[in-house]
Structure formats: structure tokens, C-alpha cells
Design a protein around this ligand. Structure first.
Ligand SMILES: [Zn+2]
Ligand SMILES: [Zn+2]
Length: 183
């Protein structure tokens, strides 16, 4: 298995390689970053946000059409929402192996702070690996430092380590072993 990261052309330049490398190292899955081939869909003008479900529908249709079995993580800049959530850092659909993460609320600038590529890389890795964790079958975790903890705020996101806690890592290892056994 390998993780495909679709990097939208509006997403910050120069962060692809460190983000891809670090997500691969956190999840233990090799990652390839390519320019996003999928159209950005679901923009709602009144909200200036993208409906993440519509974008995932479109991404899933693309991976199905191209017979891609490996998980795909799409990185976009537009702010995300879905029915029931006024904003989202990201969203994953495990059954279809697709996830989306937005840089909009991961930048310091969004909160009126000085720009920092390092902070943005860290947050993209934490949030990206979280969504990949969902694609690998993991649910949310109560451990505030674990990648699979679901943060409501940027402070909670920044409080997480770039690692799965012991019990989430065990689940991940068991699932990967399962996949190897099936081959
Ligand atoms: Zn989650
Ligand atoms: Zn955990």
C-alpha cells in the first residue's frame, strides 16, 4: 500500500516534500505527493467555504474511475464545512479511501499571528496523518496527545504529538499485519 497525496496547485509551494515525508514516517506508509488532478468542487459562495462531502464525492469518483485502490489525501486551501459542522480541519471517508484536509485554518495568519512555514508543516502533518488514520480504520482517541484525538481548536491541534498513542499504534499494527496476511 502507498498513500497518494494530491497537492492542490493553490496550496503552499515547497511544503509538499517535508509534509509527505513526515506523514509517511508517522503512519508507516510510503507516500507520494502529486499535483492535484481533481477539480475543486462544492464551493458555496454565501459561506466562502467548500462542502467537504461534495469534494469527497468528486475525489471518490476520480479514484474509482482510475481504479486507484490506495488511499488518497487531498490538500486544499479553501475553508471546509460539512452539513452539521460550520468548519473543519479535514474529513475522511474510510469506505472509499479518500480524505481532504484544508490549510485554511492551519496557518498562523488565519489567527492574526506571524506566518510560519514550520507551524503550518507541523499542523498539516498532524491533521493529514489523522485523516489517514481514519482511512486505515482508526476512530477518535481520548488521549489529547494522540494523532487520533479530534481537536476543536488550533490549541488542541497544536497540543497533539506527531505520533499515535500506544493503543492506536497497536490497532494500526494489527490492521497492517492483517493486510500482509491477505496478500
Ligand atoms: Zn477525525
Ligand atoms: Zn490514540
Amino acid at each position: 500500500m502507498r498513500l497518494n497525496i494530491f497537492w492542490d496547485q493553490l496550496s503552499p509551494e515547497g511544503l509538499q516534500l517535508p509534509v509527505g515525508r513526515m506523514i509517511a514516517s508517522v503512519t508507516g506508509i510510503p507516500a507520494v505527493v502529486v499535483e492535484n488532478p481533481v477539480r475543486i468542487m462544492g464551493f458555496v459562495n454565501a459561506r466562502k467555504q467548500i462542502d467537504a462531502q461534495v469534494q469527497l464525492d468528486h475525489l471518490a469518483a476520480y479514484t474509482h474511475q482510475h481504479r486507484m485502490d490506495d488511499p488518497v489525501l487531498l490538500v486544499v486551501t479553501q475553508d471546509l464545512f460539512n452539513p452539521g459542522h460550520s468548519s473543519l480541519f479535514g474529513l475522511a471517508r474510510e469506505q472509499e479511501g479518500v480524505a481532504v484536509v484544508s490549510t485554511a485554518r492551519l496557518t498562523n495568519e488565519f489567527y492574526g499571528l506571524p506566518a510560519s512555514d514550520d507551524a503550518l508543516i507541523d499542523r498539516l502533518v498532524t491533521e493529514g496523518a489523522h485523516e489517514v488514520g481514519h482511512l486505515l480504520g482508526l476512530s477518535h482517541c481520548k488521549n489529547h496527545e494522540c494523532i487520533m484525538f479530534c481537536p476543536d481548536t488550533l490549541d488542541e491541534l497544536d497540543g497533539k504529538k506527531k505520533a499515535f498513542c500506544g493503543s492506536c499504534q497497536k490497532l494500526l499494527d494489527a490492521q497492517q499485519q492483517c493486510r500482509i496476511d491477505q496478500i
